[in-house]
Design a protein around this ligand. Structure first.
Ligand SMILES: Nc1ncnc2c1ncn2[C@@H]1O[C@H](COP(=O)(O)OP(=O)(O)O)[C@@H](O)[C@H]1O
Ligand SMILES: [Mg+2]
Length: 292
């Protein structure tokens, strides 16, 4: 399900990941533990395609059969090209304005001058075709950019220590958002969201906003949101770090229930020893390296 090979990450001079190798099977629950600052969050962000590792010919990252680094390269290429195209487009725009000013001031001369008219037509023709070309390029480009975010939205779910629910939306709406972003139909999405919230014991809370819910309830809403698109992999970063003992225990049980029921793969960074030891496999991160 997840194959990471020789993943490196620098922040300026600081080498945070020093060649991480990882192999996680479908339906496996893996915990990652380690001291604060060991690089756990950085690794999770990279595995979750939210951050990019260093470019290195020996590095690879495959998730669900998809070469993630290639998708990220596609995005980077696009942003470089985008800059060049922006400069060209702006130059063309300035040229257009100059031409318009020229026509405005010399229109009387041009009206009676066949050579002037032909000159303007010759200048305008490539201009119009250039604009048409750029418009179609940007349309194509935005499609390419969406490949990575679509992949992430459909295959990966995220649960963070601070649930990051949107305060102005209800529990139900918060859960539905990733599905709406994936253009899923409203009625079907709401039905699924309600089913998930019910499964998580929140059916009486669907119309409440986050500030009307307890910490444990908010975290369960965040779990439902992570599950709405039925992702194959769920990344959790200190999911119970902010919860009381009972809520934490319930949340941990839930991960295992979900795995048993839906076969999802979990990668959980945690300081909670009980959760870490419950996992199928506990990985220890020491100073940017995973030691099993
Ligand atoms: N965006 C960033 N810019 C610079 N340094 C960072 C950044 N994010 C993390 N770090 C540094 O990288 C190291 C690992 O951080 P992190 O992955 O958050 O560790 P952990 O989650 O294991 O506590 C720390 O020394 C941290 O200060
Ligand atoms: Mg962290």
């Amino acid at each position: 399900m997840i194959h990471a090979k020789n993943i490196h990450k620098f922040y300026d001079q600081l080498e945070v990941l020093k060649g991480v190798n990882l192999h996680i099977k479908k339906g496996e629950i893996v915990s990652i533990v380690g001291a604060s600052g060991a690089g756990k969050t950085t690794l999770l962000q990279i595995l979750g395609t939210l951050d990019k590792p260093e470019r290195n010919p020996e590095s690879s990252l495959t998730i669900n059969g998809e070469n993630v680094l290639k998708l990220q390269d596609l995005e980077t290429d696009n942003s470089k090209q985008e800059k060049i195209f922006k400069i060209i487009t702006l130059t063309l725009l300035a040229y257009c304005i100059l031409l318009a000013v020229f026509i405005l001031f010399f229109r009387h001369t041009i009206e009676n001058d066949i050579i002037g008219q032909v000159t303007i037509a010759v200048i305008l023709l490539p201009l119009i075709s250039a604009i048409a070309y750029y418009t179609s390029y940007f349309k194509k480009k935005s499609k390419k950019d969406k490949i990575l975010s679509n992949f992430r939205n459909l295959n990966l779910g995220f649960i963070f220590q601070f649930h990051q629910l949107l305060p102005e939306f209800t529990a139900l709406e918060n859960v539905c958002i990733p599905a709406f972003m994936a253009n899923k139909p409203k009625a079907e999405t709401e039905k699924e969201a309600k089913r998930l919230l019910q499964y998580l014991g929140l059916s009486h809370r669907i119309n409440h906003k986050p500030n009307e819910l307890s910490g444990g309830e908010q975290q369960r809403v965040a779990v439902a949101r992570a599950l709405i698109n039925k992702p194959d992999v769920i990344f959790a970063d200190e999911p119970s770090g902010n919860l009381d003992t009972q809520s934490a225990e319930n949340l941990h049980q839930l991960f295992f229930q979900l795995r048993d029921e839906f076969g999802q793969t979990f990668v959980i960074v945690t300081h909670n020893e009980e959760l870490a030891n419950m996992a199928d496999r506990k990985l220890i991160m020491v100073d940017g390296i995973i030691s099993n």
